[in-house]
Design a binder for this molecule. Sequence first.
Ligand code: 87F
Length: 480
Amino acid sequence: METLGNGILRCMRVVTNGEMIEYYEISGCYILRPWTMAIWEIMQNFFDPEIKTMNIKTCYFPLFVSNNVLQKEKDHIEGFAPEVAWVTRSGDSDLEVPIAIRPTSETVMYPYFSKWIRGHRDLPLRLNQWCNVVRWEFSNPTPFIRSREFLWQEGHTAFATKEEADTEVLEILELYRRLYEEYLAVPVVKGRKSELEKFAGGLYTTSVEAFIPNTGRGVQGATSHCLGQNFAKMFEINFEDEKGEKAMVWQNSWAYSTRTIGVMVMVHGDDKGLVLPPKVSAVQVIVVHVPYKDADVKEIINACSATVKTLCDAGIRAEADLRENYSPGWKYSHWEMKGVPLRIEIGPKDLANKQARAVRRDNGAKVDIPMADLVDSVKGMLDTIQQNMFDVAKEKRDACIQVTKTWDEFIEALGQKKLILAPWCDEEEVEKEVKAKTKGETGAAKTLCSPLEQPELPEGTLCFASGKPAKKWTYWGRSY
Ligand code: 87F
């Protein structure tokens, strides 16, 4: 078993060698290279149309926040304050008043929600923006997982009723599940955060939670919050309801960030580097020519180009690597490092037999496919790879789940880097105690979420930590 430190080091090598990330001069900031941005765009191309069919509109608010509005949120900003970055100077002169860089946009947006919402006909107001945010983290920065600037979408919506808000929270959570499971081939649990772990400014927080078997850590994949009426109070977001009476809106906010890509990298990466699910890989098929000394190289190269064209015409993202100053072996490991799902090799024998050799990145399996059947075979293989990557990841994740009913079982499972499912009394004090008692160099155990789909909890089941009657099943573990 590798230690956590090695896990992170391996991950860093994987994303730099795979040409996803370049390290930057400023600690905690990373260059997202085209190999990364292609994945981000594909995810956007799924998510953005989905929310548009929900009638959520795109907007863009400024990067800067005045101290004035930021302080409006001061009750719960207190904990976050050390992470807020400020601009204090332009050129040689100090600004009259420093301005903050958004760590999230509640305080940027909600004064305008207050202005724009007058009557019930102005509701619902449903906005989303794609942007960067800055959180000046101090604990060890990690590409994608903990960076000081990251990309995300943030949705902010306001409704006349709590019921509408509740419905949206779950609709968005389901889109996040699909993003992880259908695109990134990463199994997640949909659940609700504990009072301690929820967004303090909101009413309740739901999330999708993933697990990294290699390091034994849970990771929050995305969050969908019901904010209740807390912000409506703070920012006076009121409306006149159908009866002509003054009422307060119900709000949600939700986000997924470039962290999603880091989770995918950690879940699928192997000794050879990245392993990308076909649905999000910039290049799904890399075609490599295998020249032999006395073979007609031109003919092989032409066959490769024709293969790429046939695949691209069929809507498959294929490219050829026909560079002559690199050996086939070098190219194989290069594209393996970059995680391309399928490699097609064409040599003189393949040409003669009207076939091509296909090699899967996920399991190394090699098959000869008849050229006559190229498109269907490749489509089939890409679908199979996508499904297999999810199945394998789920099997590994499930093998790490340990149901524990007592404190001793819990501690043992934690030592074995398990994802723990335990009956819990749902008391904040008890969670704090568990955290305190498990505090070590690898970090304390905390609740990840209570799954929305609860296993049966028999009458009389007791909390693993307090011995009081258990109220629900909850996932626990160390986390990122
Ligand atoms: C860091 C500095 C200042 C997280 C912060 O999850 C403020 C904050 O409010 C802060 N880090 N948060 C919570 C963000 C809540 C919420 N915002 C909209 C989301 C989804 C998108």
